[in-house]
Design a protein around this ligand. Sequence first.
Ligand SMILES: *Cc1c(COP(=O)(O)O)cnc(C)c1O
Length: 398
Amino acid sequence: MSEGTLDRLELDRFINVSGTMTGLGASIAHPDVARAMAGILPRFVDIGQLQRRAGEAICRLTGAEAGFVTASCAAGISLAVAGAMTGADLAAIEALPDTGTLKSEVVLQMGHQIHYGGVIGQAVRLTGARLKLIGQATSCHAHHLRAALGPETAAALYVVSHHVVPYGLLPLRDFADICHERNVPVIVDAASEYDLRGFLEQGADIVLYSGHKFLSGPTSGLVAGRRDLVRAAYLQNGGIGRGMKVGKESIAGVMAALAAWERRDPAAVLARETGYIELWIAALAGRPGIVAAAEADPTGNPLNRLRITVDPGAAKLNAWDLADALAARETPIVVRDHEIEHQYFHLDPCNLHPGQEHEVAAALAEVLDEAVRRNAPPDTNAAARERRRIEKLLAWPD
Ligand SMILES: *Cc1c(COP(=O)(O)O)cnc(C)c1O
């Protein structure tokens, strides 16, 4: 869409310091991605052949035996689970979500039952599989996993993400070793992880990534892994995967994104983002009730975020008041607020256009100065803010 047409839609422009969020339009697509998508749209292609080429690119980057492109990482989870149940049995594929006599249990650690904008267990269950949650929220041991694996087990699902409980759960290598003792395939959701090889190396049989997050591709998902499992997942395109299909444009877009990823200079990206964080730390230095410090990504992606902690008594506002004031500006600034009820949030530097870092710094200073000047007691609460968010959601499209 041209800039002119976009302007006529009167869409709000955001500064995204939240991260790659589906609700904000994911990421800034690489220019090569847009060109590749536009280039292929007027052509006819053999989709099986195009997916084979995409698979070759995915294998080159992941070290997998086979791969293909689907609609999203969430779609990839459903397709991988369905494939683990049906194999290449086309009649079984068309019968899902009726699982008949197929093995149909999928094991998941309770601390991995996450919500990424949708519930991961639902991505499993919509195939017809039953979810078997093991352990407790903050603990899972080898004995929990061994006890859960049995004649009904089709697969085990493992999640690598900042969303999961960060302690007390099984490491992937141990999880995979135990599953492999029983010949149970391990499906890994690595939607937001930059490491394209490590999870297969640690024992994943099939791994799923988002194309529209760190890869800066189109809305899409990448499936990579063992040839038989990838084939079985791919064949679901004639079954429950029909509603999760990708067209030629997304497949071409992912291939361009992967090519750009191979040429990327991670040290230069990290240096640029570190510069943004240092600018924000300088803008916040000496302000009453504000502590700002760089924090490493919780799953080890080569990326830092700025954590801003607010002492409401001294700053004269709560962390969520600061976030809301930033979001209420003429150009809204959207922060990463997953843990905001604890009086802190993060600024994620990954999705900024050049120059926006200065707008963020200036806005932070302005809002904080204003709160100190007004000197009113910070009497809002985080739960009410969450209720308003749900109300707004339920009111769509009003
Ligand atoms: C974003 C995310 C998903 C969903 O990915 P989509 O490609 O948007 O479907 C799944 N799992 C995790 C851990 C995520 O972060």
